[in-house]
Design a protein around this ligand. Structure first.
Ligand SMILES: O=P(O)(O)OC[C@H]1O[C@](O)(CO)[C@@H](O)[C@@H]1O
Length: 547
């Protein structure tokens, strides 16, 4: 069964939300706290070792009820069943969307076209386990008999961002292998990586769902050429592995079939780190830790599937995001993890969120008449406080922000961690409460500032506050909690796509640029600039003349 095609703005719930917005939007979050001192107890969710406090939002109990009414009238419950049930909800590509099957237990039965996919999933998982165990233990060796010391993941988009993010996030759990990532078709990127490598002790993992991606194929060819300067064609079998759905192209590249890890068309690139795309994660942290990442994601899947919507973390965060995106006109959302380990979380979620929900045609094939995909951005705190927090506090834009923090540090350095977390708590409080004119004046009085100077400076020092935040406080950064956190955001994206009546699992928007780049490459190669607009021709001619 196809996902329904309800235009959300036509529902009674949407109209009620609009009226409710008109009535409530001038009430500040501070006022909402003054009206109800037990607010935090009402607007928080606790699940496993996650605490999600969403009380610092421009919402009342009625807002939540109306948002839940919207989710119900759009049929989010049925959509979740279709998603987990393997129905072809990626309709424009005629595919199921089953990255959740990759983290399901071995006893699960999940069917695509009537076939249970779980046995195949576990066959590949076992292959990942054996391969990673052999590389990590040194049992698997390079062409001169030495154990591997370095691993290079060659891939782009979903075949890069997930592994990069997770390897960075879980470096505390890492073994001796050095991980490198080559993604950009920029030749300087690959050269900067290979100049540090010894071909005798380096393993290359080529990751490409389609095995047709220009960047990945070019980088793989360049690396192969470099490798063959000191090794032979036969040695490729020992040093190259591949992850792909396109076994034919992989074999043509010369990869030993024993080192090929299949994936399936029902796994979207941006949701693929749970498949063999995560091979480099498993190599970096060992299979057991890698498996814990999957266990954490599966636990979040179960929560998402079974929790009532008013107790459901992904549903709640998705609805709050719709509230700001569609009623308050917020264009972007910031994501601030208070741990350096999650420095790649925002780029990772940029692809997951923006490639999924950056759509303007509804599931009925008609242009939508409301805002869809949010812009995601962010950097770890406290660094980001010293970079762009000025704009969040005192700029003209509304930027709902998720703060993600951990109760325990990994190295047990309490002194640093307490400082870090005091910033974490202080920022959400400051964003909500701001600083009034009276508070600013009291500070001036203390400093003995003249009346003239005080009156000049006062407006610059006032903070309006009333900036919404969600606080996600997790016990500790572990492979398991990271898995749950990523799955949380995946399901948030799903719920938003369902509500916005768009297809979240295709990405036609990235095709046009690829096609044009191919024809421009032909023109560059033949040094003949064809018919373009005057700006593109002008630029191409300048490039050809000066290169
Ligand atoms: O894994 P592949 O097929 O090389 O694709 C890489 C990336 O390219 C895209 O198709 C488009 O950017 C992404 O969705 C995908 O993650």
């Amino acid at each position: 069964m196809a996902l329904n095609t309800t235009n959300p703005t036509g529902t009674e719930a949407w109209k009620n939300l609009q009226n409710h917005y008109n009535a409530i939007h001038k009430t500040t979050i501070q006022e909402l706290f003054q009206q109800d001192s037990a607010r935090a107890e009402k607007f928080n969710l606790q699940w496993n070792d996650f605490l999600v406090d969403y009380s610092k939002n421009n919402i009342s109990q009625e807002t939540i009820s109306l948002l839940l009414e919207l989710a119900n009238s759009i049929g989010v419950k049925d959509a979740i069943a279709q998603y987990f049930g393997g129905e072809l909800i990626n309709q424009t590509e005629n595919r199921a969307v089953l990255h959740t099957a990759l983290r399901a237990p071995e006893s699960a039965v999940i069917k695509v076209d009537g076939e249970n996919v779980i046995p195949e999933v576990y066959e590949v998982k076992n292959k990942i386990k054996n391969f990673t165990d052999e590389v990590i233990s040194g049992q698997r060796k390079g062409y001169t008999g030495k154990a591997f010391t370095d691993v290079v993941n060659i891939g782009i988009g979903g075949s890069d961002l997930g592994p990069v993010m997770a390897v960075e996030a879980l470096q505390f759990y890492k073994n001796h292998l050095n991980l490198h990532f080559v993604s950009n078709v920029d030749g300087d990127h690959v050269n900067e990586v290979i100049k540090r490598l010894n071909p005798e002790t380096t393993l290359f993992v080529i990751v490409s769902k389609t095995f047709t991606t220009q960047e990945t194929l070019s980088n793989s060819e360049t690396i192969k050429e470099w490798f063959l300067k000191s090794a032979t064609q036969e040695d490729i079998a020992k040093h190259f592995a591949a992850v792909s759905t396109n076994i034919k192209n992989v074999t043509e590249f010369g990869i030993n079939p024993d080192n090929v890890f299949p994936m399936w068309d029902w796994v979207g690139g941006r949701f693929s780190l749970w498949s063999a795309v995560g091979l480099s994660i498993a190599l970096a942290i060992g299979f057991e830790n890698y498996n814990q990442l999957l266990v954490g994601a599966n636990e979040m899947d179960e929560h998402f599937k079974s929790a009532e919507f008013d107790k459901n973390i992904p549903v709640t965060l998705a609805l709050l995001s719709v509230w700001y995106n569609n009623f308050y006109g917020a264009e972007s959302e910031a994501l601030i993890p208070y741990t350096q380990y999650l420095s790649k979380l925002a780029p990772y979620l940029q692809q997951a969120t923006m490639e999924s929900n950056g759509k303007s045609v509804g599931r009925d094939g008609k242009p939508v008449n409301y805002q869809t995909g949010t812009i995601i951005w962010g950097e770890p705190g406290t660094n980001s406080q010293h970079a762009f927090f000025q704009l969040i506090h005192q700029g003209t834009k509304l930027i709902p922000t998720d703060f993600i923090g951990f109760v325990k540090p990994l190295y047990g350095n309490e002194d640093h961690h307490d400082k870090l977390m005091s910033n974490f708590f202080a920022q959400t409080e400051a964003l909500m409460n701001g600083k009034t004119e009276a508070q600013v004046q009291a500070e001036f009085d203390k400093q003995g500032l003249s009346a003239e100077k005080a009156s000049y400076l006062r407006p610059f020092k006032v903070f309006t506050g009333n900036k919404p935040t969600n606080t996600i406080l997790i016990q500790k950064l572990t492979p398991k909690s990271l898995g749950s956190l990523i799955a949380l955001y995946e399901h948030k994206i799903f719920v938003q796509g369902v509500i916005w009546n768009i297809f979240s699992f295709d990405q036609w928007g990235v095709e046009l640029g690829k096609q044009l780049a191919n024809s421009i490459l032909d023109e560059i190669n033949s040094k003949t600039v064809k018919n373009h607009d005057s700006s593109t021709s002008f630029l191409l001619n300048h490039f050809l003349k000066n290169k």
